[in-house]
Write a new protein. Structure first.
Length: 288
């Protein structure tokens, strides 16, 4: 498997997506994504359309498409035929005998061959139609919410995004102090969406009884670009690519999955434990 396919496959598995789920979100055939991950470029359409599929797939997986597009070949390269093994030359007499037999056989074929059948030329199949693109507007009350589409950051509300490729997409809004909003939308026409965000209840203060010994806080300081997913008991608490410099706090216990652990610093109950792991090596770590 080439480097391009390995990056795509690893990113998809980190997001917990199957090829069928990814193809459904992008409104593509599973065979297209399989060809990209296996670097079987001869199975893809013309390079311009195939590169468009690669860009959409990279954005869905939260990857920067430009480095991946640089790995895509401008045109498939056919492998060279293997060299013919060296052997002994045929004797001159045997060569003449074989030539005579071939000439006689070809003459007999010309005399006995049936009349050629009528050849019907079929028109070439039309090229696949490029996916439709539609504008998207998102507003919220209060404004300033961060907008993600399929995990890719678009901007803050009020947002007027450029025309985007249509299909089933996942829209998410996040604003500190308010409950996040996430829903699946059908981008099959120009959409203008408006959301009223619900404020989180204020902290009433510590309970009268002493908290259990296992309770505490986990703070993740984002020092570089990294995809994160935080879960508790199988329930997703957060998933996305936070801004560099952001701090995410969670009550224990939690499980943290990071695509770039070297960019995430762990503060457990006020104690700095250092970076979550090595840069560029995806890691899952539990904090009981």
């Amino acid at each position: 498997m080439c480097e391009l396919g390995e990056r795509l496959r690893r990113a998809r598995e980190e997001r917990g997506l199957s090829l069928k789920e990814a193809a459904s979100r992008l409104a593509l055939k599973v065979a297209v994504l399989e060809a990209l991950e296996e670097c079987r470029f001869e199975r893809l359409p013309e390079p311009a359309l195939a590169r468009g599929y690669l860009r959409r797939y990279a954005l869905l997986l939260g990857l920067d498409p430009e480095p991946l597009l640089s790995l895509y070949p401008a045109a498939p390269v056919s492998p060279l035929p293997p060299p013919r093994p060296k052997g002994r030359r045929l004797p001159w007499g045997l060569f003449l005998a074989l030539s005579l037999l071939l000439g006689l056989g070809y003459g007999a074929y010309l005399l006995l061959r049936p009349s050629p059948a009528r050849v019907v030329e079929l028109p070439p199949e039309p090229a696949p139609k490029a996916p439709e693109r539609y504008p998207l507007r998102v507003a919220s009350e209060p404004p300033g919410a961060r907008v993600y589409l399929d995990g890719f950051y678009l901007g803050q509300t009020p947002l007027e995004a450029p025309p985007l490729e249509g299909g089933r997409r996942v829209l998410r809004l996040e604003l500190p102090g308010y409950r996040p909003v996430e829903e699946e939308i059908s981008l099959d026409r120009p959409l203008a969406l408006r959301y009223r965000l619900q404020a989180l209840p204020e902290n009433p203060g510590p309970p009268p009884q002493e908290a259990p010994a296992s309770s505490g806080k986990l703070v993740l300081k984002v020092e570089g670009r990294s995809w994160l997913r935080v879960t508790r008991g199988g329930k997703r608490l957060y998933e996305g690519i936070p801004e560099v410099g952001a701090e995410l706090a969670f009550d224990l216990p939690v499980e943290v999955r990071s695509g770039n652990p070297g960019a995430v610093r762990v503060i457990l109950e006020g104690k700095d434990l250092g970076l979550l792991g090595e840069p560029g090596k995806p890691l899952t770590r539990s904090f009981p």
